[in-house]
Design a binder for this molecule. Sequence first.
Ligand SMILES: O=C1O[C@H](COP(=O)(O)O)[C@@H](O)[C@H](O)[C@H]1O
Length: 263
Amino acid sequence: MPQTYESKIYSLPTSDQVSQAANHFLELKSKEAIAKHGRFTVAFSGGSLPTLVTKYAAHNPNIDFSKWFIFFADERCVAHSSPDSNYKLVVDEFIQKVNANGKTIIPEQNIFAINQSLVHNSEEAAEDYEHQLTSVFVSKDSVRYPIFDLILLGMGPDGHTCSLFPGYPQVQETGRWITHIDNSPKPPSSRITLTLPVINDAHNVAFFSTGAGKAAILKEILDERSEKYPSAKVIPHRGNLYWFLDSPASSQLQESSISPFGL
Ligand SMILES: O=C1O[C@H](COP(=O)(O)O)[C@@H](O)[C@H](O)[C@H]1O
């Protein structure tokens, strides 16, 4: 049977309802992946995303976290203990809560963090992270290639996603799975990031965006299909694409762009 893919924009009244929707979504997508291939590979972004999507999910007893493999869609080249570290954010906001409250825990060896000893050389850190991915992903025809079950993305007010910034060469990268940047317009300046080909090969990609500050750019990306923003270049080839917004974020979108919420 031919596979059909979904592309949906959901708008929930409040950001708390976006967190509740994220809980159902993570339960659904992790169950689907675990039923299909025994594990769930998920990449987290930083910024506002980890707190927003895991507020309820971290306490969901129906999720088998022991089968989760956690990666970072982008990471800042800083120590794991730094307040700028996406790893620290995900550990503090999610992993610790799951492990303290849940029925199942996330095994330490299933968490794939940037190599701390390489944070002073972003190019080497990116190569090392790519190498970490090769240890986990093998596609059906035995070729190593990362096809994530789910990539969780945020979007900055300038339209960036991961550490792919508008007008920067990393957006054009097609040869690497992970690339690096040393002049990020948003601090900290050195970062590593998934590249667009890997993002667009995932089974599921989900953006989470809240707040009126994102309304104008969301209109440009989702209604006007403006291609100048990296977030607009996220179009999975053989996977589903979801946007979860709250009302302030979706306030400038045409009503016809928004799907009735249902998972
Ligand atoms: O720097 C980053 O920013 C983006 C967007 O963050 P937000 O706080 O505006 O949601 C985030 O998705 C990315 O992972 C992070 O490194």
